[in-house]
Write a protein that binds this ligand. Structure first.
Ligand SMILES: Nc1ncnc2c1ncn2[C@@H]1O[C@H](COP(=O)(O)OP(=O)(O)OP(=O)(O)O)[C@@H](O)[C@H]1O
Length: 443
């Protein structure tokens, strides 16, 4: 069965939970180190479709090391993440990114997606649009393997694809420093380091027990070789390169995450997933909770990224700046428009007009045919009436043009208000700040 790696910036269930230490030792197979199979900081990797055999052997291996360090292990093993089936059988291939083919999905009998087909490839930035509840997030969750579609195929360019999912809430750990936060993206590398530290500490305590010492030394040897494989030195280099790209200055590395605004936390979340070189980037409302400067920064930053990208946003200007293709979902069916958001609005308006004109023409024809049938009725012309009737029935069965749906314009009327008093608001001696930082001195 195919496996898939998912990155995400939001925690699902995780060894990388903001409040958990870095990958705890028991999640590592003791015989051969493997990338942890459950995700779960939405920015780490996951083999969502690992076979049950793999799960079992990993579980056994985890138990080995847990037993060895039984008094050291303090947190849940994160290897217990859910593994889900992929649905890509019988589908056509794609060179990069992902393709949805005829996806359908219902929740409790209510159809959300009926027939959704679109694709995103390297260099493309797809904007997913549609009214609230149209099923946009559901599509991202299906791509990420967090939901199973009821029907259709999710075709990925390769197995073990790394999919990064930046969700609406930027989950960062307030009590970490910025550097620690970025380090948390390197679950695999940090997992090896944590294990090394734990085994070394256990060795120092095991001086009386020769048997335990022997086994710990074996483990230490294995971990040391693994730490060479995963190249811990590369981690620092990557972080130092990325931080200025995201707008951080070197001094920020030791500042607490808590001291940054929402916009900067978004940059950290995005940075963490980019550090892992994803094959596909899914962004769900990335501009929520961030200021205008950050939105503008994000627009230009995303433009420099070549990774296939899918963006959900209610910010039309943002979609306009970033997207190369728009996929609209309406009544569970998708429609693809090339170009940015403005191009989509225009193309959609033209489509609606063309469709309306075709629908009106057909309705007139139907009306005319009905009149003709009733006029011809029985008698000498009944043969012609019957053939017109058959024509009409065929048309109604097969060739009816759908009336285009047009949302009603929202009309909002604000009631007239009388004048307020002469003094609307008075502020005297106001001081405000965060911690020891004054925002307003005195006014
Ligand atoms: N796990 C679930 N169980 C039941 N219903 C669900 C579940 N997930 C989503 N839905 C429903 O499916 C519909 C589509 O949800 P989804 O979040 O995909 O829409 P959306 O287009 O992203 O909406 P919004 O723009 O408001 O975020 C909604 O009616 C939602 O309530």
């Amino acid at each position: 069965m195919a496996t898939m790696d998912v990155l995400s910036a939001k925690l699902l269930r995780s060894s990388l939970h903001p409040h958990a230490p870095f990958l705890p030792c028991p999640s590592l197979p003791s015989r051969r180190y493997r990338r942890p199979s459950s995700i779960y900081c939405r920015l780490t990797t996951s083999s969502l479709s690992s076979s049950s055999a793999a799960t079992t052997s990993e579980g056994d291996a985890n138990q080995d090391l847990s037993a060895l360090l039984s008094d050291e292990s303090t947190t849940d093993a994160p290897g217990a993440g859910s593994r889900k089936k992929r649905s890509n059988s019988g589908a056509s291939s794609i060179p990069s990114g992902v393709r949805l083919e005829n996806i359908s999905k219902s929740y409790k009998g209510v159809t959300v997606l009926k027939d959704v087909s679109w694709e995103v490839q390297r260099g493309e930035k797809v904007g997913l649009v549609g009214v609230n509840g149209a099923g946009k997030t559901t599509q991202l969750r299906i791509i990420a393997g967090l939901e199973e579609p009821d029907g259709g195929n999710v075709v990925k360019a390769k197995e073990n694809m790394k999919i990064a999912f930046l969700s609406q809430e930027f989950e960062v750990c307030a009590s970490r420093t910025v550097r620690e936060e970025f380090l948390s993206a390197f679950q695999e590398e940090m997992g090896v380091k944590t294990c090394l530290d734990q085994v070394q500490a256990a060795l120092e305590r095991a001086t009386e027990d020769m048997d335990l010492m022997g086994r710990l030394l074996d483990e230490l040897d294995l971990l040391q070789r693994q730490s060479q494989d995963v190249d811990l030195g590369m981690v620092d280099v990557k972080i130092q390169k990325l931080m200025p790209e995201l707008g951080f200055v070197p001094e920020d590395a030791d500042r607490l995450v808590a001291s940054f605004s929402g916009g900067w936390k978004m940059r950290m979340s995005l940075g963490k997933i980019l550090l892992q070189d994803p094959d596909l980037l899914l962004l769900d409302e990335p501009t929520n909770h961030v200021d205008l400067d950050t939105i503008e920064w994000l627009e230009s930053y995303l433009k420099t990224q070549d990774v296939p990208m899918v963006i959900i946003s209610h910010d039309r200007a943002f979609l306009d700046q970033c997207c190369t293709k728009i996929v609209e979902t309406e009544f569970g069916v998708s429609k693809t428009y090339k170009g940015n958001y403005s191009g989509y609005v225009l193309a959609k308006a033209i489509w609606v007009e063309t469709q309306r004109a075709a629908w009106e023409k057909q309705q007139k024809e139907i009306e005319h045919t009905r009149e003709l049938i009733s006029r011809l009725g029985a008698g000498a012309s009944s043969g012609r009436a019957s053939s017109e009737q058959k024509k009409l029935e065929k048309l109604e069965k097969e060739g009816l043009i759908e009336k285009p749906f047009q949302r009603k314009q929202l009309k909002i009327r604000f009631p007239e208000r009388g004048r307020s008093g002469r003094t609307v608001l008075a502020i005297n001696n106001l001081k405000f700040g965060f911690g020891d930082k004054d925002i307003v001195q005195q006014c």
